[in-house]
Design a protein around this ligand. Sequence first.
Ligand SMILES: [Zn+2]
Length: 125
Amino acid sequence: MRKQMLCKNCGFVGAPKKKAKGSFKVELSLLLLPVLIFIIYFIQYREEYGLSFEDFLILASCDPNIVPVLDGSFALFWTMALIYAIWRFMTKRPICPSCGAENCFLPVDSPIGRSLLQTIEKQVG
Ligand SMILES: [Zn+2]
């Protein structure tokens, strides 16, 4: 069971939410961009030479210059995506699910938490 925490900002009691910096969309874009480029090249080759996807794969694997992203850019994009994902994971911080504030939590069972909770209860009740 997660520890009950008190939000200094709004008086919420419960478990904080974890929120990562950056955005998942950027992470996904970094992962998908090389794939997208690859598909765009395939479409071009299909229209110009009538290649099937299988033929295109064989061609691209024989000659990396056919699709510029195969010359290591794929790896570069995915390395960036990985670093970005790790950075996001490491910058995860607790936020209040009720008011969205950061760094606003006190343990409910700490003396300061208890006294703050009493103050809030007096104000409300
Ligand atoms: Zn709050």
